[in-house]
Design a protein around this ligand. Structure first.
Ligand SMILES: Cc1ncc(C[n+]2csc(CCOP(=O)(O)OP(=O)(O)O)c2C)c(N)n1
Ligand code: SF4
Length: 481
């Protein structure tokens, strides 16, 4: 076999073998002549030359580049269609020293993800976006994209895009350049070697800016899609030059050279807003609340979500880590609603509670739905004076508190949730009733309503204290808890 000298090797930022179907591990899934392959190569080489491989996180959403994680030996996160800028925002904010790349097609970035990219750019997120514009949906077989050009055919505009019916192509770089925050926006093309070299430079610049701590940058890459355009790779490149560049002119639309406008508005910390102690050590000393995971469920209008907010704010005042996660349907009234509240002494990993220690069930439907999920040995507070006859539960304690009835007697059905709060505090002793009133006072200003809330809170506490503890409320299983 003839000897030959290797002059140029694959970048080490690419894996040696791609973990895809057995026999295809030496090649990518892209069609011959596809611009994604060229864009990948330019990005990988830039990452390598800038020494960023160990700190790069590549965020790829849906589109032909959905398998980018097969190729880039960097951190990889695969996200839902259009959502890369949001995921990249979270990653960059959590790990500011990482280089976060959002790699998106035009269907992804300019259709389903339009809002995401506009807001990420407008916030000046310190991420680098590589926007591969091939004027079509490649992955799904050639439907019209927002960037499809006037007269260009697609499976959904078979006679050519008509502005009167489908509007004009979106010029994303120009649109984003109207915003204040972006630092760098350039459009390049993979049409010929000269333009590919310009694309190489732009890609490097986008990454360098992020490395140097600058703000949002985006490189739009006009890219051939020979398969969907029904052209061979050479014709497809020519088409980029002759058809796309006149519609999407190349050039730099924003280059702030790092001069990012800095307008600072004085901010208060959460501790200041809530009049809490900033000093962590002192806060730990004051931390007297008990950790607890609580699910509150009922109908919209029963103050289910509000009760969760009150508990979470109480937790903050008692120097706990807290989370509140609501879930509700589209109806404001009578639809089902529930929320999860975590009160913890440690940082909370997830606000979602699969097995709450306490369930507050404001109606029968919620009781039946969520009681089985309560942690063994947990507590259920049920908003009636007795359980439904056929309802039996062995693994958790149940206390029936007729909160709605008590609230009616106090003159307002609306305070049933506060009655439940009193019952919950009395039974679990997770936080103090004084804290509850302090939180309620911030929301309820009218003295007569405040009095009613105070009475409701005390009524809930008394109900548990006097009636339940002495065993007056018996359960269908024959026990009185
Ligand atoms: C929520 C959702 N809607 C629609 C789709 C179908 N879908 C997959 S890829 C795609 C468009 C991809 O086009 P583009 O972003 O331009 O990438 P290309 O394939 O051209 O590289 C669509 C609409 C999906 N996967 N998920
Ligand atoms: S369909 Fe188009 S964008 Fe997708 S891999 Fe093939 S050439 Fe590339």
């Amino acid at each position: 076999m003839a000897e030959y000298e290797i002059l140029h090797e694959k970048s080490p930022v690419f894996y040696d073998r791609y973990e895809r179907k057995g026999e295809l591990q030496h090649q990518t899934h892209y069609c011959p002549g596809c611009g994604h392959g060229v864009a990948h190569k330019l990005i990988a080489e830039a990452i390598e030359d800038l020494g960023l491989q160990g700190k790069t996180i590549f965020v790829s959403p849906v589109g032909c580049s959905v398998f980018a994680y097969y190729y880039f030996n960097t951190g990889n996160v695969q996200v839902a269609h259009g959502r890369a800028p949001a995921a990249a925002t979270g990653i960059k904010r959590a790990c500011p020293d990482k280089i976060v790349i959002s790699y998106q097609g035009d269907g992804d970035l300019a259709a389903i993800g339009t809002a995401e990219i506009v807001h990420a750019a407008n916030r000046g997120e310190k991420i680098t976006v590589f926007f591969v514009n091939n004027a079509i949906y490649g992955m799904t077989g050639g439907q019209m994209a927002p960037t499809t050009m006037v007269g260009q055919t697609s499976t959904t505009s078979p006679w050519g895009r008509r502005p009167s019916n489908e509007g004009f192509p979106l010029h994303v770089s120009e649109m984003l350049a109207t915003l204040e925050a972006p630092v760098y926006i350039e459009r390049v093309a993979l049409s010929d070697n000269k333009n590919i070299m310009k694309a190489r430079k732009a890609i490097r610049k986008g990454l360098e800016l992020q490395r140097d701590g600058a703000g949002f940058s985006l490189v739009e890459i006009l890219s051939p899609c020979p398969t969907i355009w029904k052209k061979d790779p050479v014709e497809a490149r020519k088409w980029v030059a002759e058809k796309m560049i006149p519609v999407f002119p190349l050039g730099v639309f924003r280059d702030r050279k790092g001069e990012i406008p800095k307008i600072d508005v004085p901010q208060k910390s959460v501790a200041e807003v809530l009049e809490l102690c900033e000093d962590k050590a002192a806060a730990n000393g004051k931390r007297h609340g008990k950790p607890c995971s609580i699910k509150i469920a009922g109908f919209g209008g029963q103050g289910v979500l509000l009760l969760g907010v009150v508990l979470a704010e109480m937790g903050m005042r008692e120097h706990m880590e807290v989370s509140w996660l609501p879930s509700y349907g589209p109806e404001m009234r009578s639809g089902s609603a529930h929320c999860h509240v975590c009160l913890s002494k440690e940082r909370i990993g997830s606000p979602l509670i699969a097995h709450p220690q306490v369930l507050v069930a404001m109606n029968e439907q919620s009781l039946r739905k969520f009681a089985p999920t309560v942690a063994p040995g947990g507590l259920i507070l049920y908003n009636r004076d007795s359980l439904p006859e056929d309802f039996v539960i062995a693994h958790a304690r149940v206390i029936c508190v007729p909160a709605s009835e008590i609230a009616d007697r106090l003159g307002s059905a609306k305070v049933a949730n506060v009655v439940m709060l009193g019952a919950l505090l009395e039974e679990t002793e997770c936080m103090s009733a004084d804290t509850a009133m302090a939180v309620i006072e911030t929301a309820v200003k009218k003295p007569e309503l405040l009095k009613q809330n105070d009475e409701a809170l005390q009524a809930g506490r008394m109900y548990v204290d006097h009636q339940v503890r002495i065993g007056a409320v018996s359960q269908p299983d024959g026990f009185a808890y």
